[in-house]
Design a protein around this ligand. Structure first.
Ligand SMILES: [Zn+2]
Length: 486
């Protein structure tokens, strides 16, 4: 952090003639935090009910499985949802797609379009060491619900269903169609969301907005930012798996030749790890993200990020000094994840292989990234095979009523947070709905600590009960106000 700031300051000195203009601009950028108390308050009673519902949801082990013909745990889970949220299911048409929940609550004015809220039912396995409790106990302790799926993603599902149920109990009527989608196979890319999105397209449904998991309300992730970030994911990087194979003549390890398959692979990996192969760009939504947080930062970061028109080049190159996450924001990443050679310690491999997982940056296509790596691999006489390839998603625009409304809701319900456009380095199901929607927001309105975030897909996953209750109120507020938005 100190080293990075020093580099930035040096560059600032070089730009002195423009300094006054930049200082004026940096001083003029405005904070958006309202500082007002939330428009809606939640009660301890709501919190207890939320905790109870989420605990019951966690207790059913809806673990993702490949090639599953029958899915009794998911059927049990869906029966539980019907029991917990009877008004929602009574009001909705059931359009289930192969065990994936797809509900439509008809609006009174379908001309106004439709909304889709989503969150997946399945969870990753809980076989990691270090669990304090049974991962599917759903135990409520220390103001938190514990267990696999407590955060990812049953809390989202609990917030969405609880909000809709509460609104129906109040006698609220939806003007727009409200769709709720919940995949049973998100974690293993099982295709439920593809099927649902394709079906909606076939039916001629266009969605005004999709809100899925992704960003959340997290403090301490942006160095120097004193308030939690309400991170709204607007785009997802691409995803590519490549297999690199280096061939040799094998033989006994006592007389090794030069440039063995593993040696060539090592040289190749070393070149890739230098991080010079892929270009860096401050592609959208990074400028919007910096514009959102700059007013809360102290100098010199505020000065630099508030003047990207001048310091954009410097920023994109200096960002990598801050963290690996910052590097992942501005460029394609390549991670070597699996390797194999011969089957014995004293046998030279006649072929060695490595698998590399690439996340194409939003300014590059998967094909461009593959071509760069293939060309580099060829220098070391290494063959490239494409195992899987997906381009980055579309970028959701921010100059729209939908984005403005979402940020207004964040400011109203989570007034101490900074609504922040965000670039997702991971993936969600929501990108599949690009065929029927232009405004896809990856945002769960629940507060997480960095420790809770680290427990995702790991041991001792948990979420604060207060955060779930807050998430319920957010969705209530969002849905209620959406009626009047346009
Ligand atoms: Zn998830």
């Amino acid at each position: 952090m100190k080293k990075s700031s020093g580099i930035l300051l040096t560059a600032l000195g070089a730009a002195l003639p423009l300094g006054t203009a930049c200082a004026v601009r940096a001083a003029a950028i405005k904070k958006t935090l309202s500082g007002e108390p939330p428009a809606i308050r939640w009660t301890p009673a709501d919190e207890a009910a939320c905790a109870e519902r989420l605990s019951k949801m966690v207790q059913i082990p809806t673990v993702s499985k490949k090639q599953e013909e029958d899915y009794p745990e998911f059927r049990r889970f869906q029966a539980l949802l019907k029991e917990l949220f009877p008004k929602t299911f009574a009001a909705a048409e059931d359009h289930e797609v192969d065990g994936n929940i797809l509900l439509r609550i008809p609006g009174t004015d379908p001309q106004r379009g439709a909304l889709l809220l989503m969150g997946h039912q399945d969870v990753v396995p809980a076989d990691q060491e270090g669990w304090t409790d049974d991962p599917f106990s759903g135990i409520i302790r220390d103001g938190k619900v514990w267990g696999r799926g407590a955060m990812d993603c049953k809390s989202t599902l609990c917030c969405v269903f609880s909000a809709v149920e509460a609104l129906l109990e109040e006698g609220f009527t939806f003007k727009e169609d409200l769709w709720i989608f919940s995949a049973r196979n998100e974690e293993n890319s099982g295709g439920g969301s593809d099927a649902a999105a394709d079906w909606l397209k076939e039916q001629g449904v266009r969605l005004n907005v999709v809100i899925d998991e992704g960003g959340a309300v997290i403090g301490g992730v942006i160095p120097g930012l004193p308030a939690p970030c309400a991170a709204v994911g607007l785009v997802e990087k691409g995803f590519v798996n490549l297999k690199f194979t280096a061939k040799g003549s094998g033989g006994h390890a006592s007389t090794p030749p030069k440039n063995s398959p593993i040696a060539r692979l090592s040289k190749f990996v070393t070149e890739v790890e230098k991080r010079k192969l892929f270009s860096k760009e401050l592609a959208a939504p990074l400028p919007q993200m910096f514009a959102a947080v700059a007013p809360y930062l102290s100098y010199p970061l505020r000065f630099v990020l508030g003047n990207l028109w001048l310091f954009g080049g410097l920023t994109k190159n200096a960002l990598g000094l801050f963290s690996d996450m910052a590097t992942a924001f501005v460029s394609t990443t390549a991670a070597f994840t699996m390797a194999s050679g011969s089957s014995a310690p004293n046998v030279l491999p006649d072929s060695a292989e490595m698998i590399c997982n690439i996340r194409p940056a939003v300014h590059q296509t998967a094909a461009e990234c593959i071509a760069i790596l293939e060309k580099t691999a060829k220098k070391y006489d290494i063959e490239t095979e494409v195992l899987f390839s997906r381009d980055p998603s579309k970028t959701t625009p921010t100059d729209t009523d939908e984005f403005r409304y979402l940020t207004q809701c964040i400011s109203a319900c989570l007034p101490d947070t900074v609504p922040t456009p965000y670039l997702m380095t991971g993936g969600t199901d929501s990108r599949r709905f690009e065929v029927v929607c232009d405004n896809i927001f990856r945002f769960t309105p629940t507060r997480l600590t960095p420790e809770q975030l680290a427990a995702m897909h790991a041991a001792n996953e948990n979420i604060d009960i207060a955060a779930v209750a807050e998430g319920v109120e957010f969705f209530k507020y969002y849905l209620k106000g959406y009626n009047k938005k346009v």
